[in-house]
Design a protein around this ligand. Structure first.
Ligand SMILES: C[S@@+](CC[C@H](N)C(=O)[O-])C[C@H]1O[C@@H](n2cnc3c(N)ncnc32)[C@H](O)[C@@H]1O
Length: 344
């Protein structure tokens, strides 16, 4: 299989090629496992908590299953739902929170003056297709690594019989290309109120590119535009780097967490960035954005809003794996947030 070399990141003293992640003709593996987690939560028996992404499962045919063969996210889909639910509860729960939160904020934005939606690192994001009616008069830009995007377009055509006319596909490597140039070339209008989605992506991007992307949103979209994202904390990313270098120091309870991180490294998609713990507002201010709302995904607010069924049961428990070791242990559970472009 021919491979496209698009870059490398220095990480824990190792040089990890990202080429695996963008093998020509193949999508990012984490984009498949994310779709699988949405597909699982879309089977919940209570519609009030169910993941709204009813299209996710259709993206997961035999070829996609083969690409991530043996991954627990796909295996859970082959189990009885009540058993599958237990497999990666915290990870599926975080996907459920972020998907429902972003859908809510998008629907809110579309009731206002938003006329452009930009989906950054789109993967198998299905909003442009499952919310097609709502987005009828809105231009949607899907921005992603070229190979992942080409693969997704092929699958959308197979599943839906064509590509919607209001969707523009713009390939990018956030670490090498300027988002401004890529989007403007694709027909993006900086004078419009725009809704940006950055779901499940910031942990894969170096700080400089994260700052560059946020600064683009702050300076090249109309005031009142918004960006929703989910992210990890810097303390956890630092723990990952140290633990990959010295795995023998990792307590038993965190070994599965480290194994998951090693898998991302093997896939060429390591987690390399987290926002400074407790100083997120200042970070966003420094790139020109106001923090509207930030919700920790293991907190009571997220559990009440997005995980609790009508009968009071919790669909997916989002609990840090090392909760028993105390609050100072870094947690892989992050937050979701909405950022707003202030008046200039
Ligand atoms: C975990 S997937 C999330 C996909 C989708 N947003 C979702 O939530 O299902 C990460 C996505 O980020 C994209 N990505 C990671 N690094 C990137 C980079 N440097 N440039 C462009 N896209 C990147 C991958 O192609 C992939 O689609």
């Amino acid at each position: 299989m021919r491979k496209l070399h698009i870059g490398a990141v220095s990480f824990a003293g190792l040089l990890i090629s990202q080429a695996e992640a963008v093998e020509v003709g193949k999508p990012s593996r984490t984009s498949i496992t994310s779709a699988a987690m949405r597909a699982l939560a879309a089977r919940d028996y209570d519609p009030s908590v169910r993941d709204p992404d009813w299209l996710a499962e259709q993206f997961l045919g035999p070829a996609e299953r083969e690409i991530v063969a043996g991954d627990p996210a796909l295996q859970a889909l082959d189990m009885d739902y009540r058993e599958g639910q237990k497999v990666q509860s915290a990870a599926v729960g975080q996907h459920l929170i972020r998907t429902r939160y972003i859908d809510e904020r998008l629907q809110h934005a579309l009731r206002g003056v938003t006329t452009q939606v930009v989906i950054l690192g789109a993967g198998f994001d299905s909003r442009a297709y499952r919310l097609r009616k709502l987005l009828k008069t809105v231009k949607v830009f899907e921005v992603d690594f070229g190979p992942t995007q080409e693969y997704k377009k092929m699958r959308v055509q197979e599943i839906l019989g064509g590509l919607p006319p209001n969707v523009v596909y713009a390939p990018i490597d956030f670490t090498r290309q300027k988002l401004s140039a890529v989007l403007r070339k694709a027909g993006y209008r900086p004078d419009r109120v725009t809704f940006f989605i950055w779901e499940g992506v910031t942990m894969y991007i170096p700080e400089e590119a994260v700052r560059g992307t946020l600064n683009f949103v702050a300076t090249e979209s109309a005031p009142g535009s918004a960006l929703v994202l989910d992210a990890k904390q810097e303390s956890f990313i630092e723990w990952v780097k140290a633990s990959l270098a010295s795995p023998e120091k990792v307590p038993e309870v965190l070994r599965p967490t480290l194994a998951a991180q090693r898998k991302y490294v093997d896939w060429g998609e390591p987690w390399i960035f987290g926002f400074p713990d407790g100083r997120e507002r200042e970070f966003f201010k420094s790139v020109g954005l106001d923090l509207g709302e930030l919700i920790p995904m293991d907190g009571p607010e997220a559990r009440r809003r997005y995980l609790t069924r009508r009968d009071g049961s919790v669909a997916f428990a989002v609990t840090p794996p090392a909760a028993s070791l105390g609050a100072s242990t870094p947690s892989p559970i992050g937050w979701v947030a909405e950022l707003v472009v202030p008046k200039r």
